[in-house]
Design a protein around this ligand. Sequence first.
Ligand code: SF4
Length: 158
Amino acid sequence: MELSELLEKIKIIRDCDRCGRCCYCKKIYVTEEELNEIREYVNNTGLEIEFYEVEGIHIVLKQKEDGSCIFLQDHECLIQPVKPFQCRTYPVIYSPAALVVSDIRITKNLLTFLCQSGKCAYSVEISDFIEGCRARVEYLEDEYAWRLLHSEVRRRIE
Ligand code: SF4
């Protein structure tokens, strides 16, 4: 299953009320492909933001002093059309380091995820979720396999 297909299968039960809590104090991991997409968007929209840093073998979005993501402004995401996969599937976080869910409910064949606000929820069928996880892990393996050396990361993306 393509990742875009998984996104289509995730049903929004209650709309995001834009509290922005999910954009605070988290590592937002981006793949090289996402980095290039964001860089192009940032250049085209004239945002002029230094937005990423390399931590070990991972590329992460920078945070402001208050812990919020560098792209969060007035509860809005400045890169909404190209925000990373991790943000698009929150509260399910398929990071390179771990698969994290905040609060999860299981009913029959459906998984429901609640975000930190406790107000928004998404649901997905378990079989789709498992297939989506597998696709994401394979993608990340391909994406991160070459990043054995920090210098190699910098050479490739800068
Ligand atoms: S990229 Fe956008 S959605 Fe993702 S954490 Fe930053 S502000 Fe929030």
